[in-house]
Design a protein around this ligand. Structure first.
Ligand code: PMT
Length: 398
């Protein structure tokens, strides 16, 4: 969704400079145009060719090089960029940026640009904790720079402390958040549910389902990448919590109900991708049930229908996991639960439904319009749903 956006990636002289190749590669793979600008010191750690190979674009290494595409108009990059990232940023470069020194291409660009700047420090722990560096970072922070990290861990010196460059994914998320500030869900409150609920039977056993949480997490990430303020209500999953998203951890259908009702009270949108138990044991045995009798009967009672309980000025989107009569059953759920949109999910289709990275859904709205989507990555499915949500949020929609 950030296809064609322009990123200037400034690389400075740190042992972590090699990690910037991964950052450049990942940003390029997401469709961004990445112009790498290296300081002289960075060239001591990693070659310009490495960056050129992954970005397929010229790399700026020398402000005075006349043959360079950017040398004449050295502020061209500063103007074109949608975001400038300095990663790794040494104490020396941070100090220059804090006082406005412009003695090489990168510091010139940062001084000249009006676009948001992300700075990811990487240095020795002593240099990082030094009051001068701390003052410089505080100054950049107060001037609107986004400071990401550093992380705690093993440093080049062999010591353990603060100063490691954060992981590439954390920098990517910050880049996307900056680019999403002008997104079509900017400042909207979006609540997403994900994963499968667990209903306890006794002290050690529960009734669960096969939901991995992937679909809900993809919706949360896609909404975040479009500028939304996202609350993700998640059951226990193996997935890492998405950066830039508030996560509320729940286990049972009842806990999910409470969390959803609370979070959606002030929300613009609620999207329930979670597989919520329809029945729960009537009673939970407070010890481990022994293996004694030949048969064991469990009495189950209906859980609360969460979506039906959410009222008010909130766009409600549900999923319908079906193994037969897909459209009819999903349409029935859309009506009964008073939804604005439902993603009918044929969980018997190849590559679709529980646990997969891909999904095949059919979107049905209140007007009965049916849009069948092909098999695609869950993140892309999420964007198709959010495209419809954006229309539903616009006052002019029919
Ligand atoms: O997590 P993954 O492995 O990625 O799998 C994704 C998925 C298959 C779980 C997902 O795409 C999906 O289909 N989610 C809905 C699963 C489900 O519970 O469907 P349902 O038809 O039983 O429920 C209909 C809707 O009502 C759902 O939005 C559900 O969250 C909601 N519901 C269900 C029961 C209940 N007590 N309260 C509810 O609000």
């Amino acid at each position: 969704m950030f296809e064609g956006k322009s990123v200037v990636l400034g690389v400075t002289g740190s042992i972590a400079a090699y990690k910037a190749v991964d950052i450049a590669s990942k940003l390029t793979q997401r469709g961004l145009a990445v112009d790498v600008v290296m300081t002289k010191a960075a060239l001591e750690f990693v070659t310009a060719l490495s960056f050129r190979s992954v970005t397929h674009r010229p790399v700026v290494t020398d402000m005075w090089e006349l043959s360079s595409e950017f040398s004449v108009e050295h502020v061209a990059l500063a103007e074109r960029a949608d975001v400038v990232v300095v990663a790794p940023a040494t104490a020396n470069t941070i100090a220059k940026l804090a006082v406005g020194i412009a003695d090489e291409m990168l510091s010139c660009i940062v001084l000249a640009t009006r676009t948001p700047v992300i700075v990811a420090p990487a240095m020795d722990a002593g240099m990082y904790s030094n009051a001068i560096t701390q003052e410089n970072l505080a100054k950049l922070d107060s001037r609107g720079f986004t400071i990401v990290g550093p992380a705690h861990g093993r440093l080049a010196s062999g010591l353990v402390g603060m100063g490691r460059l954060v992981e590439a994914d954390e920098i990517m998320v910050n880049v996307f958040q900056v680019l999403a500030r002008k997104g079509d869900l900017a400042d909207r409150q979006v609540v997403v549910s994900a994963g499968g609920t667990r209903e306890p039977i006794d002290l050690v056993r529960y009734i669960g389902n096969r939901s991995s949480g992937k679909m809900g997490y993809a919706v949360a990430e896609a909404a975040r990448d479009r500028g939304a303020i996202v609350t993700l209500i998640s059951t226990v999953t193996e997935l890492p919590p998405p950066a830039g998203v508030e996560v509320m951890q729940v286990e049972t259908a009842h806990e999910m109900r409470d969390a959803v009702l609370k979070a959606s009270a002030a929300a613009d949108v609620l999207i329930m991708a979670a597989a919520v138990a329809d029945y729960q044991p009537a009673q939970v045995v407070e010890r481990k049930i022994r293996r004694e009798s030949e048969t064991l009967n469990l009495e189950l009672v209906k859980t609360d229908d969460i979506l039906s309980e959410v009222h008010g000025d909130v766009i409600k989107v549900g999923f319908a996991a079906e193994s037969e009569d897909l459209i009819d059953r999903a349409t029935e759920k859309l009506r009964n639960k008073e939804l604005d949109l439902i993603a009918a999910n044929d969980v018997t289709a190849e590559g679709s439904g529980f646990g997969t990275d891909t999904n095949r859904v059919t979107l049905i709205d209140r007007q009965g319009r049916v849009e069948e989507l092909p098999l695609m990555h869950k993140y892309e499915v999420a964007h198709h749903i959010l495209d419809r949500v954006v229309v539903l949020l616009s006052p002019s929609q029919d």
